[in-house]
Write a protein that binds this ligand. Sequence first.
Ligand SMILES: [Zn+2]
Length: 179
Amino acid sequence: MTEEGFHGSYASARLPQYCSACGHPLQLVRPHGEERERHWCAACGRIHYVNPTPVAAVLPVHEGRVLLLRRAIAPRAGTWVFPGGFIEWGETAEQAAMREAREEVGIDVTLAGVIGVYSRPGPGVIIAVWQGAVAVPSARPGPEASEVVWFSPEDIPWDDLAFDTTEQALRDWVARRDR
Ligand SMILES: [Zn+2]
């Protein structure tokens, strides 16, 4: 999954409108014994459960600096973020984080612990962020980035980060370094 896909669903949770089994339009009902509304097909009776989508991301780190990419595409073009995206079927979350680093900034990382797991109700994603150790800091922007830059903690562009989860993870990384 590309970063564009990840951030596309980040902007608006994708809710089902039609039954994937029979194609009938879905309606919101509260099934007997349940405490919340579900997407329900009146034609075949199927309930379509909607859950947040997991995303894997990594903060590439080399000699105390973190690698961020500047987004070349909407949404939030021109802002800074770290590599991340949807986990593909057949790979682990860790493999996805390492793959996104290769695809988006052209770098190999060795995962070195989880920085945090972040979610909020609106976007419909839950994002796990690892720290990634980098042996050779030769990064290059992928097709969806205009540039890649290694930032010291004091140089992180806090006012130009892409998403609230970007800021949360970077603040947790800085706090972890300071401990
Ligand atoms: Zn149906």
